[in-house]
Design a protein around this ligand. Structure first.
Ligand code: AGP
Length: 630
């Protein structure tokens, strides 16, 4: 999830009558920096050439670079803040990437799934690559088409035509912006499965990954559809599909203030990130399997033979990330038949654990900087274990010190309480489990393909829950005075109950506790008194080994003692209605994947209750986004 800005203004001959492209692009990048801050870069077209600067680290590093080495005045420019996916956060991997002998510059947000085969083809044509990124491959493809297929068509539209032809060959998710020295008054962009909006000015036009990119200059925006190309000049905006057929965008007026624009129009990053979850799961799945359902985890650089010899998996994590590990345990053991333990990082190395060269350590960390987890990984490595990091922050310490990494592509998670990273972590852990099952032959390819197909349906199902969030929001607001809320779940619903309780603790500062539903009668049920709110995550009633009946009887146990039961159940499950004050339905999905759905109402509930109490849901008291002390 990167920040992208494009601009074309007016120049009367050599006089710049619009804004300076550099100023507009930098202002836009500053507002978009929350979308990614691993590196930043900018390219402008001036005096028949492309001039560009790029720098790893935050935007201020680029600004310092520009002060030391200024760009020429220009009315045409593009800029990018990076959230690294392919390739670490280095100067070399920063965007823009150049092609066509430095006459073309490209920036990109998303994942080009078929970049490897395109790169091989281009290498065969003698193209040299300087970075590890899929973006540079897209730039080289665009340059190759413009130069060699269109013979450097200088007439207006040459770059547009080249972009159309390039996009016909790209697979995956991408927003692309390109400029070319031959066409100094044009920016051409394309989008598929990745955001892009046009800003309409007077004698100038803008592009942005969202309206924050240009909200300081115009509030007239045009929303683009899937698989569209847009060509902007100072006075025109032309939209086509990938084959050149004219297309329409949808114009609208931006009524957000700049601050809320950075939150996508939501009142908090927390709410924005809950609504980012369909995309977080989608982006984490993208590019990791082929059309045959074979997992292609390129970045998982551990010798397959070593992975085949693994006889135990230990998941190391803290907090929400540990609950993601607990969800993953059920799937990994079911699919791979490898004993899988989930350990709290801060407990792990003090219990003299049994670890050897056949142990696979899977650390899960959004920040990649959690000291407890880092120290546990180091300890496990000393014992000879192989280590894989599931992490959301490219280039952070834990993946750097691990033998292999599987990045989640949730984009920057700004709110301290984790939501989209949690779902992305579960998704990545499922991919790891399926990869191990594929490697070790525990699952037929067809079975893996079916599970991937079910996973592919999850983003739309999460969106369905979000589209119907009103009821759970109202309940959260209505329960602002609750003093304690309990959460019950069984099987994969148990870690979901734990995570639901943690969200409520973190955001609303009230006592909340998650239990295994079967554990209640072994003591905790003494807590139940008249009116005690109890959430119950109910498994699907479908399937032979359903725990549905047992959980329904757990609901009855607490209701008999006066509990106010709030049930999360699968669409169509009417049996629970007799025992629930409130039922919130989630779409049907296989049991092992259900946590990706059943968690969402609990997140929304915690957010609504905390908001009703007037708390800062992005930066709750006493908490830090990354706990870098033991
Ligand atoms: C999540 O809502 C919490 N902020 C916290 O439990 C967090 O998950 C934990 O500190 C681990 O952080 P990490 O994923 O960055 O390692």
């Amino acid at each position: 999830m990167c920040g992208i800005v494009g601009y074309v203004g007016h120049s009367a001959g050599r006089v710049n009558t619009g804004h300076n492209a550099l100023d507009v692009v930098l202002e836009g990048l500053r507002r978009l920096e929350y979308r990614g801050y691993d590196s930043a870069g900018i390219a402008v077209v001036a005096d028949g050439t492309i001039s560009s600067r790029k720098k790893s680290g935050k935007l201020n590093n680029l600004i310092a670079e520009l002060e030391a080495s200024p760009l020429p005045e220009s009315v045409t420019g593009i800029g990018h803040t990076r959230w690294a996916t392919h390739g670490g956060p280095t100067d070399q991997n920063a965007h823009p990437h150049l092609a066509d002998d430095g006459k073309l510059a490209l920036i990109h947000n998303g994942i080009i799934e078929n970049f490897a085969e395109l790169k091989l083809d281009l290498l065969g044509k003698g193209v040299e690559f300087r970075s590890e990124t899929d973006t540079e491959v897209a730039a080289a493809l665009l340059g190759d088409i413009y130069r060699n297929q269109l013979h450097g068509d200088h007439s207006t539209g040459g770059l547009t035509k080249a972009m159309q032809l390039a996009c016909q060959r790209l697979e995956g998710a991408f927003t692309l912006l390109a400029v070319h020295a031959d066409q100094p008054d044009v920016v051409v962009a394309a989008r598929r499965n990745s955001p892009l909006v046009v800003g309409l000015g007077e004698g100038e036009n803008f592009l942005g990954s969202d309206v924050s990119g240009f909200i300081d200059y115009t509030r007239r925006a045009v929303e683009l559809g899937q698989d569209q190309i847009v060509t902007i000049t100072a006075d025109s905006v032309e939209i086509t599909d990938f084959y050149g057929a004219p297309a329409e965008g949808k114009e609208y007026k931006v009524d957000w203030d700049p601050a809320s624009a950075e939150k996508g129009g939501f009142p908090s990053f927390m709410e924005k990130e809950i609504h980012d979850q369909p995309d977080a799961v989608l982006q984490t799945l993208l590019g990791r399997s082929d059309i045959h359902g074979r997992l292609t985890l390129d970045e998982l650089r551990i010798d397959p033979e070593l992975l085949k010899s693994v006889d135990k998996i230990i998941v190391l994590a803290c907090g929400t990330s540990a609950y993601a590990g607990q969800v993953a345990k059920y799937a990994i053991e079911r699919w791979c038949r490898i004993p899988t333990e989930v350990e709290l990082s801060h407990e792990f190395r003090y219990r003299d654990p049994i670890v050897d060269e056949n142990t696979l350590i899977v650390s899960i960390s959004q920040s990649g900087e959690t000291m407890d987890t880092l120290m546990a990984v180091r300890y496990a490595k000393e014992q000879g274990a192989k280590t894989v990091s599931i992490c959301n922050t490219n280039g952070s310490t834990i993946p750097r010190e691990s033998d292999a990494v599987l990045y989640t592509h949730a984009g920057p998670e700004i709110a301290v309480a984790s939501t989209k990273a949690f779902l992305a972590q579960i998704t990545a852990a499922y991919l790891l489990g399926l990869y191990l099952a594929q490697l070790r032959g525990n699952k037929f390819q067809g079975e893996i393909k079916d599970i991937l197909a079910d996973l592919g349906k999850i983003p739309a199902k999460i969106q369905q829950i979000l589209d119907n969030e009103g009821q759970i929001k109202e309940l959260g607001a209505a329960m602002a005075d609750a003093k304690s809320v309990l959460f019950l779940g069984r099987h994969v619903g148990f870690p979901v109950a734990m995570e639901g309780a943690l969200k409520l603790k973190e955001l609303a500062y009230i006592h909340a506790e998650g239990f295994a539903a079967g554990e209640l009668k072994h003591g905790p049920i003494a807590l139940i008194e008249e009116g005690q709110p109890v959430f119950v995550v109910v498994p699907s009633p479908r399937g032979r080994d359903s725990l549905h009946a047992k959980v329904v009887s757990n609901i009855q146990e607490v209701r008999a003692r006066g509990a106010k039961t709030i049930v999360i159940a699968e669409e169509g499950d009417e049996a629970v209605q007799a025992y629930a004050e409130h039922v919130f339905y989630i779409p049907e999905t296989p049991t092992l994947l259900a946590p990706l759905l059943s968690t969402v109402p609990l997140q929304i509930f915690a957010l609504a209750l905390a908001s009703a109490k007037g708390y800062d849901v992005d930066q709750p008291r006493n908490l830090a986004k990354s706990v870098t002390v033991e």
